[in-house]
Design a protein around this ligand. Sequence first.
Ligand code: C2E
Ligand code: CA
Ligand code: CA
Ligand code: CA
Length: 275
Amino acid sequence: AKKQGRNLVKPFVPSMQEELAKRVRIEGDLRAAIRQGEIVPYYQPLVDLKANKIIGFEALARWKSASGDFIPPSEFIPVAEEAGLIVELTDQLLRRACTDALSWPNELVLSFNLSPIQLSDRLLGLRILKILGDVGLPAHRVELEVTESAIIQDAVTARIVLDDLVNAGVRIALDDFGTGYSSLSQLSNYRFDKIKIDRSFVASFETDDKQDIVIKAIIALGAGLGVMITAEGIEEQSQLQRLQDLGCDIGQGYLLGRPAPIEEITAHQVDSMQR
Ligand code: C2E
Ligand code: CA
Ligand code: CA
Ligand code: CA
């Protein structure tokens, strides 16, 4: 929805041409970057808000371009999908992330994002399981984050893929909850292990009483369904406090830890967590 809004306010032909030229440039660079392994996972901690400890990390793709700037995943993931590079990119990132996760204390979970288009590939589940097997990371240490739109797009295939994964012990999180179309019907159709409340709710919930009510209701829903609730985008102490008061299970956000490269994770975060 975010992206759509941005496109809608750009009706001029020159900016569309610019956009196109940028895409073509990114596509060429992306192909080379994947080949050279320049796109790597960063890791952001997932924190148990009741026990106050790290329970895992979400892998977030980072591409540091030749010029030294980071190109955000929101720019290159869609290009990878359109250019037919997403399978190669995902396999590479997942293999790397699983290898990194092997060096963490073994109760920590690796959470990995799948984009909607990937869930319409019925071999996806088996390919993911093959990578876990190759690397030697047990399936129960892996969680895959999917969005509602991914499930709606091709429900039959999504079901096959998710079943393959769930049957092997992989956990599934429903990402960006509250931003899609038919949230509630998806909840009864699938066995999700976790629901991630979209960052937009957390960002506005102190200034907007209604958001507070919405978050409260989602937490109650999670408790009723036996599904863990994660709140994303926690940036302020007051937000953290409120979520803890409401009984939210898991938190994620800059306040609790920014996405960081593997060297920093192993050097600091996991160490300090163990103490
Ligand atoms: P997401 O899965 O919703 O990931 C959360 C995003 O929120 C990340 O942006 C993260 O850096 C950002 N974030 C975390 N805490 C905070 C906070 O406290 N405040 C704010 N303002 N932002 C916070 P990022 O890394 O730019 O990723 C954007 C999206 O790109 C992700 O959204 C995910 O949908 C997609 N993505 C990232 N990595 C991958 C990947 O490896 N594969 C696929 N298919 N998609 C990916
Ligand atoms: Ca995610
Ligand atoms: Ca999210
Ligand atoms: Ca998102």
